[in-house]
Ligand binder design. Structure first.
Ligand code: 1HN
Length: 372
């Protein structure tokens, strides 16, 4: 007697699931993937690519592969093994080594993803950014913001290598990638070169500590940050602070915001004998060792590094850094987006991974709490 209605219900439930699936509806209570983990679980993993491996393969590509329209660039992208074969360093960031041989031109084009270059070695290449020829030297940072025409041309007798950082995976996730080739291989030469450097305002080009949480669609009008200026600012701050680590972010001299609306660029100096405590931050990071050597422990995994190595700190991974001889690390990150959306978080930990400090943006604080 009681079995009949039960069976009826089971039959109806089975029919419901069948009908839901048939029209592409997913009942939330049956979804097994963890939609709301208690803290970020990025698919990308902590990883390192050594300079030795990167430069040897880049040099072989230089000999064997031309740079032409279509392929556009001789670029070896960092493919994070956690991302199942995607050519991305992390879920939101592209990182790569690019090389250009003597006399070569990487053709002019533009795209909605924004890019930065951090120069590794060689000399004599210039990137033309919307008509402004920007000379590139080791340690310099060059911006090619979203939808700006850009081509790279070598007037050198040797190869040049640089790091490329792009927000491409983020823009792809937003289904907003556009691309357009320039009608000619090169943009016309501007004379004199480096217009943005001469015309940039007097505002500071670096800040130490957190950048304002500004939502901006503007990129920095300054397209070139020279190593000499970066080095001078790091030296000044290291002497002044006496801290083992000084970090500066490259900012727009006009607004004080990150150089691109989507990406920050920073430089970190570890003084000799430095050892930092671990920190967790939202936002992915890709690091390039500019000078010196040391090691990082990222989510419990130790990576030893030296000049030219590139490594990934995924979002919310606990990361600490140490250096015996001293080191300078360049980094890119996606935190401007997280800050603009009010979802950036930071946790300072002690040596035993216990929380010692918390930064929570205003939007996430309980209404009655005060301070940070
Ligand atoms: C690009 O345009 C460059 O302009 C480098 O040098 C790397 C990776 C993906 C898509 C476009 C460049 C790139 C890229």
């Amino acid at each position: 007697m009681t079995e009949q209605p039960m069976k009826d219900e089971e039959t109806q439930l089975a029919a419901l699931y069948g009908d839901l699936a048939a029209v592409d509806l997913h009942p939330l209570w049956t979804i097994t993937r963890d939609l709301l983990p208690p803290a970020p679980r990025p698919r990308s993993v902590p990883w390192l690519w050594s300079s030795e491996v990167l430069t040897e393969l880049a040099e072989r590509a230089l000999r064997l592969v031309p740079v032409e329209r279509g392929g556009e660039r001789r670029v070896l992208s960092l493919g994070n093994p956690g991302l199942g074969g995607l050519p991305y360093a992390a879920g939101t960031l592209w990182g790569a080594i690019q090389c250009l041989g003597p006399g070569e031109t990487a053709p002019a084009h533009r795209h909605t993803p924004g890019a930065i270059r951090f120069i590794l070695s060689g000399d004599g290449v210039a990137t033309t950014v919307d008509g402004d020829v920007c000379d590139m030297h080791p340690g310099d940072l060059i911006l090619t913001p979203s939808w700006n025409w850009h081509d790279h041309s070598s007037a050198s007798d040797g190869p040049m290598l640089w790091f490329d950082g792009l927000d491409l995976p983020m823009i792809e996730a937003l289904d907003a990638v556009f691309f357009e080739p320039y009608p000619d291989v090169r943009q016309p030469d501007s004379d004199p070169h480096n217009r943005s450097e001469r015309e940039a305002g007097p505002g500071p080009r670096f800040v130490s500590g957190a950048v304002r949480d500004v939502l901006t669609t503007e990129h920095s009008p300054l397209l070139v940050y020279r190593w000499q200026d970066t080095d001078r600012e790091l030296s000044r701050l290291a002497a002044e602070s006496g801290e083992p680590l000084v970090s500066i972010e490259f900012v727009s001299p006009e607004t004080g915001a990150s150089v691109l609306p989507t990406m920050n660029c920073a430089m970190h100096r570890l003084v000799p004998g430095a050892r930092t405590l671990p920190v967790r931050r939202t936002g992915n990071g890709v690091f390039v060792v500019h000078r010196g050597s040391g090691s990082s422990v990222i989510e419990g995994q130790r990576f030893d590094w030296s000049a030219g190595d590139m490594f990934v700190v995924p979002s919310w991974a606990a990361a600490e850094h140490a250096s015996e001889e001293g080191a300078d690390l360049f980094s890119i990150g996606d935190s401007p987006v997280l800050r603009a959306l009010g979802i950036h978080r930071e946790l300072a930990l002690d040596a035993h991974q216990q929380v010692t400090g918390v930064f929570t943006p205003a939007a996430l604080r309980p209404k009655d709490s005060v301070g940070v």
